[in-house]
Design a protein. Structure first.
Length: 386
């Protein structure tokens, strides 16, 4: 096991976080000019208006933010990636640029403005697995940017006739300006990317990765706590199959002094390749089979995942671990006031409904952030300035 036994004292000593003073029931932290800090203010909600009728002001600012991000990320010159199929090619600077655009998108959405940034653009969504939040947020993101969506679901696609995934993706790429793909097979999105003539965004590939979820997760940590540097994160649940966890941990390695407590049944522990990666990057982590109150008292982020029934070989194996971990109000009495609870959703029974009223419960705010991140990504990858 690639763990760090001596982390116990470190957890207790190094967890005093600058977000110790609660603000409106939510964790807060002093702002700094570092890449992972966030603006202190958000735009107030005002009456709906159309940015296209705003004399070009607000829309021009939004466009300028997108083009600036494209330039800084090396996308306009073709020096960098054009598909988002993994988080492995992202840098910390990339995250900073995406988050900056996401902040602008959130301001526009809060003001109930209607952008025309992607007016005339078409996004094709190709989903071979069920989805509520990822699918709906991509559709909402495209609509809020003035574009349109062509949805294709597996049960109605030519995959049922034997068409290959590469051909399906290439076809959608000929009809649309961008394609969003979710598939149950690990590595499938990366394998299909070379055949796609337009930007391809992964919406998850089996138990592999979920890049856009990881981006919104880090954005949420940054937004709620003020920084990602130095956070202590406890990850609970099915760590073997959770693509959201796999991508999130890779992004957390871009930040300094992040420490981890990984809680799972032995048969669902984090894959060996991920544990090796954490060790190679010098990330301190411990593995547990139960949630220890002594650990919970020092974490800044409690990240909970469900037991993924669809990944188990049998119903019996699933029932053996179902309900193993349940976050309740009584358990959270041992946690810090200035911490947050996250979940990629959907939730089954791993977080009691009573926790929803706890101001530390950030999972619905986290979910909403997904739309802003996906608005930013669609704008950065699809928009072409005239």
């Amino acid at each position: 096991v690639r763990s760090t036994p001596e982390l116990g004292p470190t957890l207790a000593a190094a967890r005093s976080h600058p977000s110790a003073v609660p603000r409106d029931g939510r964790a807060a932290a002093p702002r700094s000019p570092a890449l992972d800090t966030v603006p202190a203010q958000r735009s107030p909600v005002v009456a709906p208006r159309d940015l296209s009728l705003d004399g070009g002001g607000a829309e021009a600012e939004l466009q300028a933010a997108v083009v600036d991000a494209q330039q800084r990320m090396g996308l306009l010159s073709g020096e960098r990636w054009r598909h988002l199929v993994s988080v492995q090619h992202l840098t910390r600077a990339d995250l900073h640029h995406v988050f900056s655009v996401a902040e602008a998108m959130r301001s526009a959405a809060a003001a109930r403005t209607c952008s025309r940034l992607l007016h005339g653009y078409v996004l094709a969504t190709l989903f071979y697995e069920p989805s509520s939040r990822t699918y709906a947020s991509f559709c909402a993101a495209m609509a809020r940017l003035g574009g349109s969506v062509v949805p294709v679901h597996a049960e109605y696609s030519s995959a049922r006739k034997g068409e290959s995934l590469r051909d399906s993706v290439r076809t959608m790429g000929e009809y649309a300006d961008g394609v969003v793909l979710r598939h149950p097979q690990r590595g499938s999105v990366a394998a299909a990317a070379p055949s796609c003539p337009v930007p391809l965004l992964s919406a998850g590939d089996g138990d592999g990765e979920h890049p856009t979820q990881a981006l919104l997760d880090v954005f949420t940590i940054r937004d709620e706590l003020g920084t990602v540097n130095g956070v202590a994160v406890m990850v609970v649940g099915d760590l073997r199959h959770s693509r959201t966890v796999h991508s999130l941990l890779r992004l957390l390695l871009l930040y300094g002094r992040v420490t981890l407590v990984l809680v799972s049944p032995p048969e669902l522990r984090l894959p060996e390749e991920m544990r090796t990666l954490l060790s190679e990057h010098g990330c301190q982590f411990e593995e547990r089979e139960r949630i220890e109150r002594s650990d919970l008292a020092h974490v800044d982020v409690l990240y909970v995942t469900r037991m993924q029934k669809e990944r188990f070989a049998s119903e019996q194996e699933y029932k053996h671990v179902f309900g193993r971990y349940v976050i309740t109000a009584s358990l959270l009495a041992h946690a810090k006031r200035a911490m947050i609870i996250m979940h990629p959703l959907p939730r089954v029974n791993e977080i009691a409904v009573e926790v929803d009223e706890d101001p530390r419960a950030a999972y619905f705010r986290q979910m909403k952030n997904g739309m802003y991140i996906r608005m930013a990504l669609l704008a950065i990858l699809l928009f072409k300035a005239k």
